[in-house]
Ligand binder design. Structure first.
Ligand code: FES
Length: 105
């Protein structure tokens, strides 16, 4: 199971092992117990699963689809490294992934 290194909004860091096949949102919320609202349940319509992922991980992530881009680029806390964690499936290629929870908008 790939190990994920998550930085919470208070700066605390939590390392945990995530099940391949889950989404990153589910892993952060259900496995790590972090405060991810995920109001839409992962259907890419709420942006309450907003995270930052360092640019050097981009090649290992699924490409952003148009609906994710449209939703995320207008968030007040948007950065170039913003992603919606419900749109990222955990795979073994993500072992060691660093992710930071974005502020709640
Ligand atoms: S959980 Fe709603 S957009 Fe990701």
């Amino acid at each position: 199971m790939p190990r994920i290194i998550a930085t919470d909004r208070d700066g605390s860091v939590k390392e945990f092992d995530a099940d391949p096949g889950m989404t990153l949102m589910e892993a952060l919320r259900d496995t790590a117990g972090l405060d991810i609202a995920a109001i839409c349940g992962g259907s890419c319509s709420c942006a309450t699963c907003h995270v930052y992922i360092p640019a050097h991980w981009a090649e290992h992530l699924p490409a952003q689809q148009a609906d994710e881009v449209e939703l995320i680029e207008f968030l007040p806390a948007y950065r170039d490294t913003s992603r919606l964690s419900c749109q990222i499936e955990i795979t073994d290629a993500l072992a060691g992934l660093e992710v930071e929870l974005a502020p709640e908008d």
